[in-house]
Ligand binder design. Structure first.
Ligand code: CA
Length: 227
């Protein structure tokens, strides 16, 4: 049997925090609520949590800043809750190391689903795993070998790095800007079109010959490798 998972909610809107705590308790999670940004950060760093739910607009310290600081010390899954709709904010949330985000108002079922995905990922993903497998696709970081359906696939260095990013973040949507920064670096001047071009190269190697599509497009946002 699995130990109870402990979730920290940092949210200053009391109604929302209480509602979330109630729903998560009902699902069998243990829940702690903090409403202030600074106290929330202290709490987040004070013990090992299984997951953080982090509002962005908070008194004391913003959710973005909390996320950035927690991430510099811990791999705990972080889901951001944001009232803002704009894509740059979403990208910023992922940039500071959040695993996922939800725009308020959201359906609680959606949140529960995202929490399950995030928790499953940390349970199954060792931090420094050498071999990553998604369905019949396998990537070995040590030998830089990629296989699908037991056939070796030859990738360029850039394609390999891109695939590794997708496989490490499997089932998570990666915005083009994030992909660009992680694979090509901050100072790359070429714009995000290069991401689309390389995703196409990658698809032609890892998906097209096998007749099943792991690498999916999320229109207007980016891509994800879906298990
Ligand atoms: Ca708030």
């Amino acid at each position: 049997m699995q130990a109870t998972e402990h979730i920290l909610i940092i949210e200053d809107e009391v109604d929302i925090a209480e509602f979330l705590a109630l729903e998560l308790n009902h699902e069998g999670y243990e829940v702690t609520v903090e409403s202030d940004g600074r106290q929330g950060l202290d709490k987040a760093l004070a013990q090992d949590w299984d997951l953080l739910l982090l509002d962005i607009m908070l008194p004391g310290l913003s959710g973005m800043e909390i996320c950035r600081r927690v991430r510099s010390q811990s791999d705990v899954p972080i889901i951001m809750l944001t009232a803002r709709q704009s894509v740059p904010d979403r990208v910023a949330g992922l940039d500071v190391g959040a695993d996922d985000y939800l725009v308020k108002p959201f359906a609680v079922e959606e949140l529960l689903a995202r929490i399950r995905v995030a928790l499953r990922r940390t349970r199954t993903t060792a931090k420094d795993e050498e071999i990553i497998t998604v369905e019949d696709l396998t990537l070995n970081r040590a030998t830089r070998e990629v296989t699908r359906a037991d056939e070796t696939i030859t990738l360029t260095a850039r394609e390999f790095d891109l695939l590794e990013l997708f496989m490490r973040n499997r089932n998570h949507v990666l915005p083009r800007e994030v992909i660009l920064e992680k694979v090509w670096g901050y100072d790359f001047a070429g714009g995000t079109n290069v991401v689309d071009v390389y995703v196409r190269y990658l698809r032609n190697k890892i998906d097209v010959p096998y007749g099943s599509q792991l690498l999916q497009t999320v229109r207007g946002v980016g891509y994800l490798l879906k298990e």
